[in-house]
Write a protein that binds this ligand. Structure first.
Ligand code: 5GP
Length: 218
């Protein structure tokens, strides 16, 4: 990933204490630290939108494939920034949005199996420029599987934009084309990233604590 720009958050980075930003009261006991405040996410997303826009040639069109549920907020914000460029730059990139839903995690552990559990008809991807928008790449297995599924529908080209990439020894070495932040090997929630469906309603990306894991375990 050394050839693409991203923000590297080091292992010893402490982040921010919960009482320095606004966090919903119902999660105050369940979080260790704030890793990426939502204002920083927004600023980084704006730049990713510009990089994607700049890389797209004239008169090109894009099918954005949003990976649900965790990618919905990032995808929505990213596309709003591209839309602003479309409205104000001398050229524009036409976009269509499709959704795919995958499931691989229970509690904070991968089940080892990745299931496509819903979404649009992927036959629409044939001969299109596809941009997959994902919340986080951990081991890389999910993206490897998804790229196979998408590739099976004969797109013209496929690129991947992930808000987060985890630095983990379990990684298979997969790297996306666009990345917001590389983060330490911790389980993070917020900004639509969940723990058993909780914490999607938290604006900042935070590290969950043991109490949070216990309270919302299944
Ligand atoms: P991978 O297959 O790369 O190991 O895992 C990718 C998927 O696992 C992500 O799309 C996400 O659903 C889930 N995941 C991995 N790490 C985290 C994490 O720290 N927090 C949350 N909320 N989900 C994660």
């Amino acid at each position: 990933m050394d050839d693409i720009p991203y923000i590297k958050i080091p292992d010893d980075y402490e982040g921010y204490s919960l009482n320095t930003f606004c966090v919903p009261r119902h999660y105050e006991q369940d979080l260790e630290r704030i890793l990426v405040p939502q204002g920083v996410i927004a600023d980084r997303t704006e730049r990713l939108a510009r990089d994607i826009f700049d890389d797209m040639g004239d008169s090109s069109a894009l099918v954005v494939l949003c990976v649900l549920k965790g990618g919905y907020k990032f995808c929505s914000d990213l596309l709003n920034y591209v839309q602003a460029l479309n409205q104000n730059a001398g050229r524009s990139v036409q976009m269509r949005i499709d959704f795919i839903r995958l499931k691989s995690y229970e509690n904070d552990k991968s089940t080892g199996q990745i299931h496509v559990v819903g979404g649009d008809n992927l036959e629409n991807l044939e001969s299109k420029n596809v941009l997959i928008v994902e919340d986080i790449i951990d081991t890389g297995h999910t993206m490897q599987r998804l790229l196979k599924v998408v590739g099976g529908h004969n797109p013209k080209a496929v690129k991947v934009c992930s808000l987060l990439v985890k630095r983990t020894p379990r990684s298979i070495g997969y790297r996306p084309d666009y990345c917001g932040f590389e983060i330490p090997d911790k389980f993070v929630v917020g900004y639509a990233l969940d723990y058993n469906e909780y914490f999607r309603d938290l604006g900042h990306i935070c590290i969950i604590n043991e109490e949070g894991k216990r309270k919302y375990a299944i």
